[in-house]
Structures are given as structure tokens and as C-alpha cells.
Design a protein around this ligand. Sequence first.
Ligand SMILES: [Fe+2]
Length: 210
Amino acid sequence: MSGTPEVIGLFPTPFMRIAGALDRPLVAGLVSHFSAHARTLNNSSANLSHTTMLKPSDSPLLVTAATAITPMLSEFGALMFGERLPWALKEMWVNLLDTGGRQAMHNHANSFISGVAYLTPTHPDSRTVFMKSPGGTEFSFKNDHAGVVTGPYNAEKWVSPQPEPGDIVLFPSYIMHAVPPNPGERRITLAFNAIPTQLDSWGYKIGFSG
Ligand SMILES: [Fe+2]
């Protein structure tokens, strides 16, 4: 008599979602601060603008946000590296995605943990989408048609859960992600990159500084 087949997801990728990570007064403060600065932002596409890299000295609100985010980095980093390491927020910036705006697929270089704090309501169509890296192989085979059932082992992209203002998501910086065209109101997010102070491979250490 045979047992029930067991399916084991090999080598899963962590993705952490922290609901209500930033409290309402902080979120409201960040929205009004960066909405006021919107006209000085860099326009990288018609409907997407982003700030230059922010420094904590730009606003005490950023210091408060960084203080809330840093302990989460240690928890998430323990999943990636098996140890609660000291982590530093390396960069923070704000994205303003107006109606019709989108963010093309990208990942974040020179960083280990990346994250997004959602500051305004997000239209369900413009939730952040995560995808497998476009392959570097010469040939690929696909079974792709209306009858295909998509699951965790054959999906190529994953639409992240509907966020609320104040929610934060963390993911490994190498993961490709994008934001589909926003049919809704202006969508404001605070994005960030983080690095551990050091990684140690049996005494061979490599250090990072922001
Ligand atoms: Fe990004």
C-alpha cells in the first residue's frame, strides 16, 4: 500500500509582509511631506516620478521610518543568511506613480534586502508584481494556453497581496519586480535598500558600508 504523495517546495524564496508596520501619523506625515515636494522630483516617465536618494536629515519622518524598518531587516536577513546580523538601510527614495504610470521590470543592484512601504491606497491593478528572471538560456519550453492551471511551480510571476497604507514588504534585492499601469489615484511608496555590515564564510569576511 502506497502513501499519499508528498510535494515539497525546494529552496523557496522568502517574501515578508508586515501589515501596519508604519503607524498612521507617520504615513500621513510622509505623504504630505513628499506630495509637497512632488514638483521638484525627477520625471523618469510621463507618470512616474521619484525623489533622489533621501538622507535621514531630509526629514525627521525618515528617521522614524528607518527606526521602524531596521528590526524587520534583521528578522528577514536571518531567513536569507541564517543569522541575525546588523543591517543598515543604505538608500531610501519615494516613488510617485500617477494615473497611467507604471514601473518597468527591474531589480536592485548592490543591495541584499529591498523593501517597499505603501503610503497611499493602491489600486488592485497596480499591486507590485514579482517575476522570475528572464532566462539566459538559449532554448526554453513552455506549456502555455487557456487550459493550463497556474500554480507555484509553473508560474512566472506573482502578484503581491493587496497592500494598505502603512504596510511594508521585504524581498531579496535580486528578485525582479514591476508595477503594472496604475488606473487609480496617485500611488506613493517609500522604497529602500539594505545591506548587512558583514558576511562571514568560514572566516573569509566581506564587509559593506552604505
Ligand atoms: Fe524596485
